[in-house]
Design a protein around this ligand. Structure first.
Ligand code: ADP
Ligand code: MG
Length: 256
């Protein structure tokens, strides 16, 4: 079976950056895995997700997503890759539009260009959008304007929009970092359960190892653009995680 993600010996430095954001980085992800990328700020997590999303230029190495090689000189247009969904850290929603409209935007890459320009959604698009909203627990918010919602509700809209796209790979960059612990746990549960139900692969970044342990099947620790550890969650060691954050930080320890 084709791997969902296959990257080999990736290196990348931002222009003007002193250090490499990614350094001989190699990671393969199989279909259906739920991977948590952990690491301190600046470890390269966002850079790696941006690469997988096809938005990074000028890296070296080899990368393929869902069997298609990425070209570091020519990132594909977003709409050419509806199979890859991205949940942004800042929600990137259309504020003055309704929840339903925002979620339907997830269908754009699946529509003909004429239908997309005219905003003509087929009944099937509407059904998929409604299912995505139901899965995210926001069905009753369909007609509300996004700018009237709470942070947790907005994040659910962003997730529903991503699900409506019917991605086979979901990339989520700090999807719960702006939420309080109870909401963070709910929202990660929504993402991973919806992904599992659809057979989609998920890669999410997090600052919270305790959440990674609960919602991922595999934990990959990153530090200074490299892999520090890569383990199924049941084998992940509190010491590895604490070392990753360079800290004697008892609150980061994982309870086995
Ligand atoms: P993380 O998501 O793990 O916090 P990033 O991928 O954002 O890490 O950053 C990796 C490294 O690249 C850091 O040293 C960061 O300062 C640098 N970096 C990130 N984005 C940019 C940018 N747009 N321009 C220059 N340097 C950047
Ligand atoms: Mg980041």
């Amino acid at each position: 079976m084709t791997r969902t993600v296959e990257t080999d010996d990736i290196s990348f430095a931002y222009r003007g950056g002193e250090l490499s954001a990614l350094e001989s980085f190699s990671l393969a992800v199989e279909p259906g895995e739920q991977v948590a990328l952990l690491g301190p700020s600046g470890a390269g997590k966002t850079t790696f997700l941006t690469l997988l999303d096809g938005r990074l230029r000028g890296w070296t190495g080899r990368a393929a997503v869902l069997g298609k090689a990425l070209d570091p000189a020519r990132p594909p247009p977003r709409t050419a890759r509806p199979d890859v969904g991205f949940i942004f850290q800042e929600f990137a929603l259309v504020e003055r539009s309704t929840v339903l409209r925002n979620v339907l935007n997830g269908r754009l890459g699946r529509m003909t260009s004429v239908a997309a320009i005219l905003g003509r959604h087929a009944p099937r698009d509407l059904a998929i959008a409604r299912q995505a909203m139901a899965d995210c627990g926001i069905a009753e918010l369909a007609d509300r304007r996004v700018d009237t919602l709470s942070g947790g509700q907005r994040q659910r809209v962003a997730i529903a929009r991503c699900l409506a796209q019917e991605p086979r790979l979901i990339l989520a960059d700090e999807p719960v970092s702006n939420l309080d612990p109870a909401r963070a746990s709910d929202v990660l549960n929504v993402i991973t359960a919806a992904a599992a139900r659809r057979g989609a692969t998920t890669i999410f970044t997090s600052h919270q190892p305790d959440l990674a342990v609960r919602f991922a099947s595999r934990m990959v620790g990153m530090s200074e653009g490299r892999i520090a550890f890569d383990q199924p969650v049941e084998n992940a060691l509190g010491d590895d995680i604490a070392a990753l954050y360079h800290a004697d930080a008892p609150h980061l320890r994982v309870v086995q």
